[in-house]
Design a binder for this molecule. Structure first.
Ligand code: UD1
Length: 350
């Protein structure tokens, strides 16, 4: 059984589900409904050829406790009835935590894909989800060495396997179609930076969000900025009545996001996945956070951690904009991670 619930899950489960299907392995797909807008969910199914979910729990948005509880309550009867050999969960969203916790208490083996990532910042809800899911799961599939080291430090090495990054599988499968998308020529003339912002720590506080919007406005005097805006951020910009002097558009689909990143001069983001995608594409990335759970994108990739300090963001921006960067592929980021995961699951079944 595979679970996905929120936008950053869909590109991670797609290659695993398709590998299971290719090998004729019976699998059930559950969508929790944590994300439900066309632009946050359905578009990904169409573009990534993900089969329609066998079950949709339709939980929608709520507080952390209520959303997690609703997922657990709706998921329990399904997992009880189907008793899968394994539950495969990906990433660090509330759907990951809720379904892993439900299954493990029912004696179902849980495999966590993207295990071992740590920002060491427990103010991030995702960090709490990562720690709990890793500690309760039976099999931990780490995307990179740093993840394995974190798992070792937490006494979890016996359950861990380094398999590479499933995001790379999806990106390499779809990069050609992404490059053919008209979005870049339609809304940008090839000379632009791409902004995304949705972390509660960046958007929920008026002072912090105002400072970030002002900083990007400053950048937009030099380089046109395109801002596909998450619904949470859109609400906050409206609530705080913040003027934006750059182009704000609706959230974009997976292929459009890759197309926009691939042709951007710079990516400014607080997303985890985009730190990885920009590294693979060789585009400089300014991470608008004080830490990252993906340090390999800094040590081996194109990522710069700039926080939300205006002068640091501006100086790094002017520094990177004139430089050439090359795409880098950390160890095992070779497009074969989902194959390794499925082979590993099969060997455990036997
Ligand atoms: C969630 C994940 C985060 C991930 C992000 C990607 C958790 C704890 N957080 O954060 O790790 O980076 O997804 O987007 O699981 N909303 C809509 N339409 C939707 C979904 C959400 O309008 O389809 C709005 C609602 O107002 C909702 C808010 O966005 O309250 C936040 O959604 P939620 O799923 O709670 O968290 P994200 O901020 O999206």
């Amino acid at each position: 059984m595979i679970v996905a619930g929120a936008r950053p899950n869909f590109m991670k489960i797609a290659p695993i589900a398709s590998e299971l299907d290719r090998l004729g392995i019976n699998n059930t797909f559950v969508h929790t409904g944590q994300h439900y807008d066309q632009s946050m969910s359905d578009n990904f199914f169409e573009e990534l050829n993900i089969k329609p979910p066998d079950f949709n729990l339709n939980v929608g948005s709520d507080t952390h406790a209520r959303q997690t509880a609703k997922i657990m309550e709706a998921f329990e009867p399904i997992v009880t009835e189907l008793k899968p050999s394994f539950l495969v969960v990906v990433g660090d969203v509330n759907s990951t935590l809720a379904t892993a916790l439900t299954a493990i208490k029912l004696g179902i083996k849980v495999a966590h894909v993207e295990a071992g990532l740590r920002s060491f910042d427990k103010t991030m809800p995702e960090e709490i989800n990562r720690i709990v899911v890793d500690h309760i799961s039976d099999i931990l599939y780490a995307p990179s060495h740093d993840g394995v080291i974190n798992l070792q430090n937490e006494g979890l090495i016996d359950k861990s396997e380094l398999v590479g990054n499933v995001m790379v599988d999806t990106l390499t499968q779809h990069i050609e179609s992404a490059r053919n998308r008209p979005i870049v020529s339609k809304i940008a003339d090839g000379n632009y930076g791409l902004l995304t912002l949705h972390r509660p720590s960046n958007v929920d506080d008026k002072k912090v969000l105002t400072n970030l919007i002002e900083t990007v406005s400053e950048i937009s005097k030099t380089l046109k900025i395109i801002f596909p805006c998450h619904p949470r951020t859109k609400d906050k910009i409206r609530e705080f009545d913040l003027p934006t002097t750059f182009k704000v558009i609706d959230p974009v689909s997976y292929l459009d996001s890759i197309a926009l990143q691939a042709s951007a001069k710079v990516v400014l983001t607080d997303s985890g996945g985009m730190q990885e995608e920009s590294t693979i594409l060789g585009v400089p990335c300014l991470t608008l956070r004080n830490n990252t759970e993906r340090p390999i994108t800094v040590t081996e990739g194109t990522n710069f951690i700039v926080g939300n300090d205006k002068s640091k963001i501006l100086s790094t921006f002017f520094d990177v904009i004139s430089k050439d960067f090359k795409a880098t592929m950390p160890y095992m980021w070779d497009g074969q991670a989902s194959k390794r995961i499925v082979l590993s699951l099969i060997s455990k079944l036997r």
